[in-house]
Each structure stands twice: as C-alpha cells, then as structure tokens.
Design a protein around this ligand. Structure first.
Ligand code: AMP
Length: 400
C-alpha cells in the first residue's frame, strides 16, 4: 500500500486528492484557492467534514507546505515521507506524449515548450510540479496528459485543412481535451459491453467545458475539441466550432483585434453569450422554465450541436453500442440528457426509460430500455483516480 497524491494546479489554485493505492481509497481531498493573496482559501474534505481556513499564502510552494501540514494536523498522514509519489494533470502534451510519463528534465522542458498552445494551463501545471519538487524533493512525479488519449486518432481525423507546411512547421492539429476523462469513461464502459468483440462508444463529457469522443476498441478515433479547448460543441462560455470568417467579420464590426475576439469567443460566448443570462446550465434551464426566449434559443443551439456530433460519430464509428453521459451537466441534468436523446432517438433507434433518467443524478446507471438499439448510460467521471493509477503503475507498482 502507498499514498499517492493527484494534483491539478492552476495559476492561483491547487486541487489535490490523496489516495491509498492500489486500493484507490480516497483518504482526503481539497483545494487551495487565491494563492498569492492575503486572503487565500484552504479547504480540506475529510470524514464528511469540510475544514476551511482563510490566510495569506505567498506562492504554490507555501500552499503545498500548508496542505501537507494540515494533513498531519488532521491525522491523515504522520509525516511528509508517507506520500510516496505525486501525479500531475497536464492539459497539453502536444505531439510528444501518447501516455503518462515519469517527470524528468526532458519531460519538464517539453511541457514548457508547449506553453504557447495552452498558456494558462501548462505554465500553471509546471508551477505546481516545481512547488511539490521543492517541498518533497525525494519522491517521483508523473505527468498525466489530457491530450494523450486522443493521440490514437488518424491523420484525417486530426489534421486541419490549412496549408500542410503550417501543420508540419507549427504542429497544428486537433489535440482534443478531457482525454483522461474520456479514457476513464471508456474503461468503465466495459461492464455494459460484455460479449461485444469490437465495442463502439460515444462518450459525452458535458460540463462547463464539453467534448465528445468516438471510441473504438477502447481507443479514441475522433474527438470534438480542436487545437485548443475552444473547438467542438458549444459550451458554457465557449463558441465551439465556427466558420473561421466569423472571427474576421466580428473583429471588423467591433473594431477589435483577433486576440480580443479570441478572448470573447472563449469567455463570453456559448450558453452565456447566446442567452445573455449565465454560463451555468442550471440558470439557463430555470430561465427556460420562465419562458425566456434567449435562454430557450441558447439551449436549442447547445443541444443541436451535441446531437450533430453524436450523429457524425455514429457514422465515423460505423454504428454505436453505447452512449455515455458524464461531467457536471451530463451527470446531473436529466432534462438535458432527455433533450439530447429526443434529438437523436428517431435516427439512432434509441429508447430511454424516462423515469430512470429523471431519477439519476450524479450516479452511475443505465437509462436505456432493453428495446433500445444503442445502450445509453450515465457514468460520473473521475480524472483524479486515473492520475493516481498511472502514477502508482509507473513509479510504485514494481517496488511493492
Ligand atoms: P463541470 O465543468 O463538469 O464541473 O460542470 C459544471 C457545470 O455543470 C455547471 O456549470 C453547471 O452548468 C452544470 N451542472 C451542475 N449541476 C447541475 C444540475 N443539477 N443541473 C444542471 N446542470 C448542472
């Protein structure tokens, strides 16, 4: 048995989950927010209780130290060296990584070289990794990439039809995102696919960021997000796929630079931009109940784009055995799932049990009936356990 910590570092935050491995028991989890501020917030979840502290935290190294000291104070560990390894979420692995890797100087340099492709994320992940290295210098660390699962795509699925030399020179391609989640969902799907020799799965990770993947034989063949997480289906604040001339014409009409419009397409579009209400589907859904026309329109666009991708991937896979719903909206919003199914059920001969669907929130379960030609299920995603698993397998398994 060994304690492994899964980490997701942001520019001013540090999310952590401590596992006992290989049993995958969650010992504790928490988050440090507003790092670099005098009123930083530390939250620890332990034994169904939440411990909250507001205090000054200068940088990520101080956040790591505080967090470890709190684990000791709450009797979760007795000393720092009980933590045997750390696993770090890395959003962009570029062309270099098709699976998780033990951190070395070379891995660190490659993650750094990819910062232009994920400026906010990769830079922050490295700050987090270096903070842990400073406080826990003697243990190994593993990088787990959001893009790795999508590296099995074929050229015609990942290349964009721009001048080929751009793709070659600048490594421009569809990298996708949420790969760790789609991979987890594919593995968890196996229980619904017994006896099927070459399973075809469409995984719908629908949260504030959202992506859909087509998976054959548990390998990704297509995914909706693009060079960055702006592409694919419409999201809470992101446009998803657009005719590129929309960018040029909006810049011209609003007298804004491409960079300014890129920010607007990332942060002020999607459900928020169309509805003018919120990026949170709960707010948009309650406005729909009150008959708000823009909220209704925003959700119609959202659902239509999801349905279009599912249809596209049904064709791409040559059929489908299982559709999986996951993430904030996919797990918790039966009405959204119902709207999506309503949009595809006639063509794909899907039948769901409305009562089971309505009752399923934040839990796993099958929502299709036995008459449905495609099974449909809900699986709560778990990216952290994938990080802990890869970390344990790469660094500790052979030593135990
Ligand atoms: P995620 O990014 O996966 O954490 O998902 C967050 C999003 O899930 C929120 O912004 C909400 O839009 C959505 N969400 C969470 N709970 C519910 C719910 N009960 N009903 C509808 N949407 C929800």
């Amino acid at each position: 048995m060994a304690k492994v910590m899964a980490i997701n570092a942001g520019s001013s935050s540090l999310k952590f989950k401590l596992y006992e491995m290989p049993s995958e028991e969650v010992l504790t989890s928490g988050i440090v927010e507003k790092i670099g501020h005098d009123d930083a917030i530390f939250t620890l979840k332990h034994n169904n209780e939440k411990i909250n502290k507001i205090l000054p935290i200068k940088d990520h190294a101080e956040a790591v130290k505080l967090m470890l000291d709190q684990l000791i104070e709450n009797n979760i560990i007795s000393s720092y060296d009980e933590i045997k390894a750390t696993g770090h979420r890395i959003v962009q692995g570029g062309k270099y990584f098709s699976h998780s890797e033990i951190f070395t100087k070379d891995v660190e340099d490659k993650i750094e070289s990819l910062i232009p492709l994920a400026p906010l994320h990769n830079a922050a992940h490295l700050i987090g990794y270096r903070a842990f290295k400073k406080i826990l210098p003697d243990i190994g660390a593993v990088a787990v990439f959001d893009t790795a699962f999508h590296m099995s795509m074929e050229e015609e699925d990942y290349l964009f039809p721009i001048p080929y030399e751009y793709s070659e020179k600048y490594d421009i391609r569809r990298y996708g995102a949420h790969g760790t989640s789609h991979h987890y969902l594919a593995l968890e799907s196996q229980k619904y696919l017994k006896g099927i020799s070459h399973p075809k799965i469409i995984t719908c990770h629908i949260g504030s960021g959202a992506s859909i993947s087509a998976i054959k034989d548990y390998k990704c063949v297509a995914t909706s997000m693009g060079l960055t997480p702006l592409g694919g289906i419409m999201m809470g604040t992101r446009t998803g796929d657009l005719d590129p001339s929309v960018m040029k014409y909006c810049c011209y009409c609003e007298n804004k630079t491409a960079e300014e419009m890129f920010q607007i397409f990332n942060k002020k579009s999607g459900l928020l931009g169309v509805s003018g209400i919120s990026n949170d589907s709960r707010d948009v859904l309650s406005a729909i109940e009150k008959g708000n026309k823009r909220a209704i329109l925003a959700y119609k666009l959202f659902i239509r784009r999801i349905c279009d991708f599912i249809g596209q991937y049904f064709v791409r896979l040559g059929g489908c055995d299982l559709i999986v719903f996951s993430a904030g909206i996919g797990e918790n919003s039966p009405e959204t799932r119902q709207m999506i199914i309503d949009g595809i059920k006639q063509s794909l001969k899907i039948n769901i049990d409305e009562k089971i669907n309505n009752e399923l929130k934040g839990k796993e379960g099958l929502i299709s009936t036995s008459e449905s030609e495609i099974k449909v299920c809900v699986i709560p995603t778990d990216e952290e356990v994938m990080i802990a698993r890869d970390t344990y397998n790469l660094l500790l398994k052979d030593k135990e």
